[in-house]
Design a protein around this ligand. Structure first.
Ligand code: AMP
Length: 358
């Protein structure tokens, strides 16, 4: 493992809020930053040392970017695989193409989790026809969840099939092929584990983060949360196996369903810093963004044990207009992503409220 010297340049594909918080962390550790995004004046690009504006498909721009950076990473998983592979010929990219490829497609991801990481997942099957969906519902029962294999996020590209009679409508709504059916997990709660793995294989796990969704989008995260069914050890062991199986470098978010009786199911993995890890910024420990930069630059990890319990709430759309008032409240920290335009449903910022000692 070679540690990048201070002053070296960290390149980030993607200029959104996650990229922005990575830029802030990299600057804090003494690195320069360069952000690549199809749009200009992005939340991350605006505060980076250098901003490149180009489509991800522009090979020459990607090569020049890679040649000007000492290490590369990405802030979201819908970057074209070819872009990452091209850049990786020139400069190291963490997490690597395998992690990206695995998480691009829900079918590949679930198959990997089950077969290579020994992680529990729901029953699932590829769906290419209405007949296949009918058969899935007959075999595994309703409700089932039908999802697009690619480009789904925040509940987009998924429908619940509540009975056999629903099959036709559900299939029609997503249409066509490249779908996956999953059996519905009757969870008692959803939580995530944020963890990072270094180039030397060291793994640093944060405690359980309990997540509540609203309109299919993450609304609040509380950490560290209680563990009445004593599942933390198993959840961390599963997380470690996933990171090791991918030979992963960087921060990852692993989303779990917790069932009654303490059975765990992995819903999905995100090969990047994760919205449910934003509480770490104000918890009195090394935050997930710094941990990611530490991993990809070959620095040792910081502590993951929080001093404070924190409740993170996303500020969506014009909720961002309350950010300054919220920041005035004691023990409350508002983070504004500085997006140029407020749009309904858009993540504009988040607020971390300290609940007490961890
Ligand atoms: P996803 O886009 O896969 O992360 O799904 C978004 C949300 O939909 C999850 O956080 C769950 O609340 C719900 N969900 C997705 N898949 C399932 C499933 N198989 N069983 C139960 N709930 C699900």
């Amino acid at each position: 493992m070679t540690k990048l010297p201070k002053g070296a340049t960290v390149g980030i594909f993607g200029g959104g809020q996650l990229g922005r918080m990575l830029v802030q962390a990299a600057h804090g550790l003494g690195y320069k930053t360069h952000v690549f995004d199809p749009f200009n004046d992005t939340p991350a690009g605006r505060i980076a040392d250098t901003e490149t504006t180009s489509p991800y498909e522009n090979k020459q721009a990607v090569e020049t970017f890679a040649a000007n950076c000492d290490v590369l990473t990405y802030e979201f998983e819908n970057i074209p695989l070819a872009t990452i592979k091209l850049a990786a010929h020139i400069t190291s990219v963490f997490p690597d193409a395998l992690a990206l490829q695995t998480s691009h497609d829900r079918l590949i991801e679930k198959t990997f989790l089950q077969d290579q990481a020994g992680a529990p997942v729901v029953d699932f099957a590829p769906i290419e026809s209405m007949a296949a969906l009918s058969e899935f519902v007959r075999e595994f029962g309703a409700p089932a969840v039908l999802k697009t294999r690619r480009f789904g996020y925040d509940g987009k590209g998924q429908v619940k099939v509540t009975s056999e009679r629903d099959v036709k409508a559900g299939f029609a709504r997503l249409g066509g092929t490249d779908l996956i059916a999953e059996s519905f997990a009757p969870f008692v709660r959803e939580f995530s584990i944020i963890a990072a793995r270094g180039q030397d294989g060291e793994i640093a796990c944060y405690p359980l983060t309990e997540n509540v969704h609203k309109d299919h989008r993450l609304h609040t995260s509380i950490a560290p949360t209680g563990d009445p069914q004593n599942v933390k050890g198993e959840a961390q062991a599963i997380t470690r196996r996933i990171l090791q199986a991918l030979n992963y470098v960087g921060t990852m978010g692993v989303e779990f369903f917790e069932l009654a009786g303490g059975k765990l199911i992995v819903n999905e993995i995100a090969p990047r810093v994760h919205n449910s890890g934003h509480w770490t910024m104000d918890a009195g420990c090394t935050d997930q963004f710094e941990q990611h930069i530490r991993a990809i630059t070959g620095m040792p990890f910081g502590a993951t044990q929080p001093k404070y319990a924190v409740k993170m709430t996303n500020l969506i759309g014009d909720e961002i207009l309350q950010a300054d008032a919220l920041a005035k409240k004691p023990n409350t920290f508002a983070h504004n992503y500085d997006k140029r335009e407020i749009k309904p449903g858009r993540k504009m910022g988040h607020v971390n409220e300290i609940l007490g000692q961890a």
